[in-house]
Design a protein around this ligand. Sequence first.
Ligand code: MRU
Length: 361
Amino acid sequence: MPFETIRWHKGKVKLVDQTLLPNKFKHIYCDTIESIWEAIRNLRVRGAPAIGIAGALGVVLGMQDSKAKNYEQFKKQLERVISYLSSSRPTAVNLFWALDRMCVCCEQHRNLSVNTIKSKLLNEAEKIIDEDKNICRNIGKNGAELIKNGDVILTHCNAGGLATADYGTALGVIFHAAEQGKKIRVYADETRPLLQGARLTTWELMQAGIDVTLICDNMAGSLMRQGKIDCVIVGADRIASNGDTANKIGTYSLAVLAKAHNIPFYVAAPISTFDINIKSGEQIPIEQRSHEEVTNLCGKRIAPKNVGVYNPAFDVTPARLISAIITENGVIKKPNEKKISNFKLTYPNPLLTEREKRKDG
Ligand code: MRU
């Protein structure tokens, strides 16, 4: 991709400030955990996998100046840092997955010096980034099998390179299909209130030379009725063990519309987005955001003062509306609890398996 979403750079977290796109492409450098927390909360860095990466790098940032004299002191500080970063955004499970992975990494190296544990934490965060790049390519490859030459695809929000370490999940599928030589056209929902579709998805697709048309969120049904959409592909923030999927608010409406018009509805997500600890979408915590995101547009008030506002950032699409979940390990068609429990959901991380073993033993 022509940009690097997020990485470690000379003791700081360097990231593209996505709130400024598409008008300004600018990197910011976070050098405190407060600044990385703020970057996550205010969507400077956003999208489930990228939030996970920001969390992992946030742990490195929060621990790099630790003066702990031994492992026990270091671990206590690490737990405080993790608990603070956990409070930035609640829905994308990738954040908690990545923070847990950093915690396991620390435990795994308990017998080493504090300074060596610090460098192990940095290695682990960088490994998460490298793995994510690979994962997105494999999601792209697996998903492209479902796309035909000439397909017109509708997507919502941004599940591209900006939302991951590189390449993206839903957009990864589109990129790969295009790389295979398939002629693809995309409709991008603007995605109110924060316009990730209008600002970010169109920007990414245009840079990749993909034919993209921007629509307002309320236009999707009409396009489907006119037979102008061949399939819908979206990303995910959390997938419950029965396949119910949380994604950007508006995703559920698209899934209902797709069902009504007999159009395949695909979710593209890494294994780290599955939350097998919860049975269904009912248990997914949905982030509520500020009223101003709805009452204001580009810094200008567009609604009367004191109007009541409801602003959930995500909704849940029941598994029965999902034609397939596309992962790096393969595609789960018509997902349900049984298929998901039989699917290869192993994290690409031996450390977590190690922790499971210790718990059992
Ligand atoms: O609030 P955001 O912009 O973080 O929401 C992002 C989404 O809903 C994405 O579709 C999801 O995180 C998948 S990103 C690969």
